[in-house]
Design a protein around this ligand. Structure first.
Ligand code: ATP
Length: 230
């Protein structure tokens, strides 16, 4: 479980997170939307233990990140541009990353590449990948160890329709196995499709997003009739 309590973060006297409280349960997908520079990435970075709050606390799977100076024990991250070694293939890059924890087999890594629509046998090196292929590889790396916490920053960047479908399927499967998932995205439609709850980040403060859903047809008619009557 992820729990943020009254998190404030100042960077050079600028408040980039303002009294943010948020909890994400196991098996829950939380979407975060908001304007450029509103603080979405900062929020994800604080959950990942990449920045510490100036005040307040971030507790991930029972670990208070600031107190223990630790990273969350089981985490998959796609934050900003995924960086890989340019002269290795996608498969080799993932195998190298996986060797750090050594919790997945090469067969599972190949399967994860296929799950994002990449060919594990592709001999092209990362520097020959298209933007969308790079993004897909970033997603494969984030999901390959089946982490309990998954943080995705703009995961639909550069993805085509098929890529977005595959991403949605990976998110659904992770939710089913009980992962806590946070997704920051400008793509409101994708968030509405895959998130259980959606929040709006505004100038560092987090608030529940008002629904942008189209009202049911009968209500639309009622509205039109009322306008006509008036
Ligand atoms: N390395 C940094 N040093 C200082 N301030 C930073 C740094 N990175 C981001 N900021 C500031 O933190 C605030 C929040 O930035 P953040 O990257 O979280 O926004 P965002 O909502 O993810 O935006 P976008 O939609 O453009 O990705 C902005 O005011 C930004 O200028």
């Amino acid at each position: 479980m992820i729990e943020l309590l009254n998190v404030c973060k100042f960077i050079k006297s600028r408040e980039v997170l303002r009294d943010v409280s948020l909890s994400i349960e196991s098996g829950e997908v939380v979407g975060i939307k908001g304007a450029n520079g509103s603080g979405k990435t900062m929020l994800l970075r604080s959950i990942a233990g990449l920045i510490y709050p100036t005040s307040g606390s971030v507790i991930v799977d029972g670990v208070n990140l600031r107190e223990s100076a630790a990273f969350p024990p089981s985490i998959g991250l796609l934050i900003e541009n995924p960086s890989f070694l340019p002269h290795l293939t996608g498969l080799k890059n993932c195998e190298l990353l996986a060797s750090i924890k050594d919790v997945v087999t090469n067969k599972q890594i190949s399967q994860c590449l296929m799950d994002v629509g990449l060919d594990p046998q592709d001999t092209r090196t990362f520097n020959k990948y298209s933007l969308g292929m790079k993004q897909r590889l970033g997603l494969a790396a984030a999901f390959m160890e089946q982490p309990h916490v998954v943080l995705l920053d703009e995961p639909t960047n550069a993805l085509d329709e098929e890529g977005i479908e595959l991403l949605s399927s990976l998110v659904r499967k992770s939710r089913e196995r009980g992962a806590c998932i946070a997704i920051a995205s400008h793509d409101a439609l994708v968030l509405e499709t895959i998130a259980d709850k959606i929040y709006l980040m505004k100038e560092g403060a987090l608030q529940p997003a008002s629904s942008t859903a189209i009202p049911p047809v009968d209500q639309q008619c009622a509205g039109t009739q009322a306008e006509e009557a008036a």
